[in-house]
Ligand binder design. Structure first.
Ligand code: CA
Length: 684
């Protein structure tokens, strides 16, 4: 086993039956006693919780419970039957992650509630209180009078104590690819999670969920226009939200809490609320830097489908493999390698997961790539046709394994078929898990685009390397793009869920290479609004910094090879690691700026990424995290003095200086700018 436990301590220190009023309130403290959950039953016998941090109220009385099918109320008229408290402390080692080791330390209270009259059914609530937040979940144990569960509504509330500043995307049931809104809670209509907040006292919170298994995605709804957010699960076509049977458990509802914005990123709470690794031999799980046939199609001068401008041909793939080899990248993704793309907008679109197009020689290219120490990444674009994909999933994973390949990029562009299912409902949650388990069975790593949001399942299945589920770089090619503040917002929102395949690393920021490409299907076919022009909206140095800030064990360098080869700044993307032994957020404010230092996995090298929104900034940072007594060469990739994200994005400078743990660096960022630094030991 790759992971190991250094310390496990479980102490059950109380367990009791309740017979009186004295147990109407239960208090559960974090190990450091800063965070406290107060559980209670209200006058109607409905469970509620409240949450304080250092004595300050963050979440006021918030209701819990379920409404089952046919308005069967399973949220009221309870009494506490029993409760027990325990403490847990372990250190575990992720296969790939932000840290070498992760501490999982919490106090847990299990509360068993029983209906006072009627069917006298039992509902359990489990609270885990960590130093960095809280998780709670429902359990419906096996019992008489309950077997099939059909949930009409999960009644969970998050009654925020004040009208906190919030960073949120709409509670869309089919997509997470949106720009973040910044408003008080009272102006939220609906939201997807993770959603993050800042209190007037400068405390940061984020609401999300952990271990989303055989349940539907939790979105949040503001029904009052105040600061109360309520769980709104994505439904099945018949309106029921979740179907199951006893013993039944919900995902964990999570509330991360930190004194700093960066603390949200440094927290491992979501992973800690997932089950340990189920994959015994993890030797095949390898982080990867990749490039591929992708950006040219988004820019519009090549096509996914076969034809005169087909991108995924044998000849073009050979050229990309040659370039990857020259650039030191080990993966090559080819989108549009298989049959079926020509019908992709038709309702009967059936992508062929086993056969390549006639101009693509898969077997030859696998061998050719191998001879160059490069590996092909197979693309599975499902077009949302789930039944068809599930039929071919196993044979295709088997084929990939037989070809000696180890990774798949999945895509779910377009509407789901069956068409009455939402992309984030229980039906699709089941599908994405089936795919992940099948990939694990065949030793295949996954990078999923248009995924179900991540909830820490990668702890259990560490072959789940990365995912999109964000408004990523592709939007820069064919829309108005993402504003400079977007990339300094997603580290504190989307990235709290897990790794982000954002596809940063565009060097030709103003798309100059398009000038000598005659064909552009986006203009000629008008399938999208006419391309508004280059919309990358960062400086070149910020593109480099994104490779440090946005954690992704599979990290793409997406630009055309001609824009990388011979470019001095590409050295940073060659040197930078993609998985880490340590992560420190040196300074941060949500939506404004961030500086992260990360230490490479099993490596003495450190990398710093610093980025700003549309405002220029300067920082002083202290390198005290470096090893004492060691001298390092810092290579600094910075914005030119005259750089600007819009008017002069490609102005940059490279400097080299010697540094140690006593060094202080001045970092200057222009509007929409960034800085990337590699810090590599100098051999003594
Ligand atoms: Ca997408």
């Amino acid at each position: 086993m790759k992971y190991s436990y250094f310390l496990i301590l479980i102490v059950v220190f109380s367990s009791c039956k309740s017979h009186s009023e004295k147990n109407k309130f239960l208090k559960i403290n974090s190990p450091d006693h800063h965070i406290q959950v107060i559980f209670s039953l209200n006058d109607k016998g409905q469970p509620e919780y409240r949450l304080t941090n250092k004595g300050n109220l963050l979440i006021d009385n918030s209701k819990l419970g379920y409404i089952l099918k046919d308005d069967d109320d399973f949220s009221n008229a309870f009494e506490i039957e029993s409760h027990s408290t325990s403490t847990f402390d372990e250190i575990w080692e992720p296969v790939v992650g932000q840290y070498k080791n992760i501490r999982n330390n919490y106090n847990q209270t299990n509360i068993s509630l029983k209906e006072i009259s009627g069917k006298k059914r039992t509902l359990e609530l489990i609270f885990r209180v960590f130093n960095d937040g809280v998780g709670f979940r429902y359990k419906i144990p096996e019992q008489a009078n309950v077997s099939q569960i059909e949930i009409k509504s999960e009644e969970t509330q998050f009654n925020l104590a004040d009208d906190f500043k919030s960073w949120w995307i709409p509670g869309d049931f089919n997509s997470y690819e949106n720009i973040y809104n910044v408003t008080p809670v009272s102006q939220i209509d609906s939201a997807n999670t993770p959603i993050s907040f800042k209190t007037k006292d400068g405390i940061y919170l984020s609401i999300h969920e952990a271990n989303l298994t055989d349940y539907s995605d939790m979105t949040l709804k503001n029904n009052t226009g105040g600061s109360l957010l309520e769980c709104n699960l994505v439904p099945w076509p018949d309106g029921i939200k979740v179907k199951g049977q006893t013993p039944f458990e919900s995902p964990w509802r999570t509330i991360q809490i930190s004194d700093t914005a960066g603390g949200l990123i440094e927290s491992s709470l979501i992973l800690n609320l997932n089950e340990p690794n189920k994959i015994e031999d993890t030797s095949w799980i390898k982080p990867m830097k990749y490039t591929g046939i992708w950006w040219s199609v988004h820019l519009g001068f090549e096509t996914f489908e076969i034809g005169p401008h087909h991108a995924g041909t044998t000849e073009k793939t050979k050229k990309i493999i040659d370039a990857a080899s020259e650039l030191g990248l080990t993966g090559v993704l080819v989108e549009g390698w298989n049959k079926g793309w020509d019908k992709r907008n038709k309702s009967d679109s059936i992508p062929d997961f086993l056969n390549s197009t006639d101009d693509y020689d898969l077997n030859y290219l696998v061998c050719y790539a191998k001879s160059k120490q490069v590996e092909l990444i197979i693309h599975h674009e499902t077009f949302g046709n789930i039944a068809h994909y599930e039929e071919f999933m196993e044979p295709s994973f088997k084929m990939i394994k037989e070809l000696g390949l180890s990774s798949v990029k999945g895509g779910y562009a377009g509407d789901i078929n069956p068409s009455n299912q939402f992309k984030h409902g229980q039906f699709m949650v089941r599908h994405y898990r089936k795919q992940l388990e099948m990939a694990a069975k065949y030793g295949i790593m996954l990078d999923i685009h248009e995924p179900i949001k991540q909830t820490g399942i990668r702890r259990t299945y560490p072959n789940f390397m990365t995912a999109e589920g964000v408004r990523g770089m592709e939007f820069a090619a064919w829309s108005e793009g993402n504003p400079p503040s977007h990339t300094v917002t997603i580290p504190f929102t989307r990235m709290l869920a897990g790794p982000v395949d954002y596809n940063a690393g565009i060097f030709d920021i103003k798309f100059k290479s398009l000038a000598n490409k005659k064909f552009n299907w986006r203009n000629s076919k008008a399938r999208y609004p006419k391309n508004p022009g280059p919309s990358v909206k960062t400086t070149l140095s910020k593109q480099l910094a994104l490779h440090v800030v946005l954690f992704s064990p599979m990290q793409m360098s997406p630009d055309l090879p001609e824009n990388y080869i011979g470019h001095p700044a590409f050295k940073f993307l060659q040197d930078v690691d993609v998985v880490w032994d340590d992560t420190r957020v040196l300074n941060a404010e949500i939506g404004e700026y961030i500086t992260i230092a990360r230490k490479g996995k099993d490596s003495p090298n450190w990398f710093i990424g610093s980025m700003t929104d549309e405002n220029p900034r300067s920082f002083i940072i202290n390198l005290s995290f470096l090893e004492a007594g060691q001298k390092y060469l810092a290579t600094i990739y910075k914005d030119g003095d005259d750089a600007h994200w819009d008017t002069n994005p490609t102005s940059y400078e490279i400097l080299q200086i010697e540094v140690s743990n006593k060094s202080i660096l001045n970092i200057k960022l222009v509007a929409g700018g960034g800085q990337a630094i590699s810090i590599i030991p100098i051999a003594l």
